[in-house]
Design a protein around this ligand. Structure first.
Ligand SMILES: [Zn+2]
Ligand SMILES: [Zn+2]
Length: 339
């Protein structure tokens, strides 16, 4: 995952114009949820599906999945993903079998085999019985007022956006992963309920990383042996958000980890070529001897190929920046983040 700068792409007129499809739809959704009918779900969201919206989203994340950075449009048309789910939020929680207190999955409170902070009792029973204490429900109506909000939309691949059973790296059993309607918070009491609530109030307790708000490089690092993605442990919040995002976007699914591993091999090979050319320059280059100038040219060619991995149109630029950033700093004192 890398930072996605929304300032670089114009928001589609259909979504921002006062008389455009997006604002009209928003007015209808608000009217519905402030009417006596509000207990029924409103489901006539279409503005986000407009062709121009999809095109703008493709441009925004350089034709890649905003979450896993895969190039996939040749195999699938791509999902338009609502960062905050429009129709309802899937809420996973644990129930204390003694006092029935509910604990959201990602909040502090009851954790596996620890005592309930409400009644002081510990969960007991077989693994199967303990598994039954985890339950799910849908919080309705969801973020209906953000269904056609440009800032709430991303292009995503199916595996990140939809639920499926996946084998994750270092696991033996398949697990149900993929974002779908999940949007966990650190404090459920701060969840926004209506279009008049202020987004800022929820931002501090949001767990999922929004690649166009924060820089994912502050949250993730990659194991450059295996391609496994890891949470940075800079502080507790960073680690929690990174772990929740890895899980929910299914960033540890085996086929994805394998592709990252392949990228690591390609980058490592290119680094070796650069190192070889650098040695040649250091050994043979003589400014006064034109015959040796080709060594500099060769070095520059190999360096250009290496820097090509940092082009945001390529897959897994987050990983490439970690590897190549260190390499260029050590060997050439080049800072890839300097403008
Ligand atoms: Zn993806
Ligand atoms: Zn309890």
């Amino acid at each position: 995952m890398i930072f996605i700068d929304r300032n670089l792409v114009n928001a589609p007129e259909e979504l921002i114009d006062e008389n455009g499809a997006g604002k009209k739809e928003l007015a209808k959704a608000i009217a519905h949820y402030t009417s006596a009918n509000r207990d029924k779900a409103y489901d006539k969201y279409n503005a986000y599906k407009l062709e121009n919206v999809k095109e703008a989203l493709k441009k925004l994340s350089k034709n890649k999945c905003a979450y896993c950075e895969s190039i996939f449009l040749h195999a699938h048309v791509g999902d338009i993903e609502h960062f905050r789910p429009k129709g309802g939020v899937e809420f996973e929680y644990k129930v204390c079998q003694h006092c029935e207190q509910e604990y959201p999955k990602y909040s502090d409170g009851i954790v596996e085999n620890k005592v309930c902070t409400h009644c002081g009792e510990a969960p007991t029973g077989s693994k199967k019985q303990l598994a039954k204490l985890t339950k799910k429900k849908m919080i309705k109506p969801g973020y209906y007022w953000l269904a056609a909000d440009w800032n709430n939309l991303f292009l995503s691949c199916r595996n990140c956006n939809q639920k499926s059973k996946q084998l994750l790296a270092n696991a033996v059993e398949l697990e149900s992963v993929g974002k779908m309607n999940q949007f966990p918070l650190l404090d459920e009491n701060l969840r926004l309920k209506t279009h008049t609530d202020l987004l800022e109030n929820e931002e501090n307790v949001r767990l999922l990383i929004n690649p166009s708000v924060e820089d994912p490089e502050d949250y993730f690092e990659y194991d450059i042996e295996s391609g496994v993605i890891r949470a940075k442990k800079t502080n507790d919040l960073i680690e929690k958000r990174a772990l929740a995002s890895i899980k929910i976007y299914s960033l540890q699914r085996v086929p994805l980890v394998h592709l990252r591993e392949k990228k690591i091999v390609d980058i490592s090979r290119q680094m070796k070529r650069v190192e070889r050319e650098l040695r040649n320059v250091n050994t043979f280059y003589d400014p006064d001897n034109p015959d040796t100038h080709t060594f500099v040219e060769s070095l520059q060619e190999e360096l250009a190929i290496l820097k090509g991995f940092l082009n945001e149109k390529e897959e897994f630029v987050g990983l490439a920046k970690q590897m190549i950033g260190t390499f260029l700093m050590e060997n050439f004192q080049i800072d890839i983040n300097a403008a």
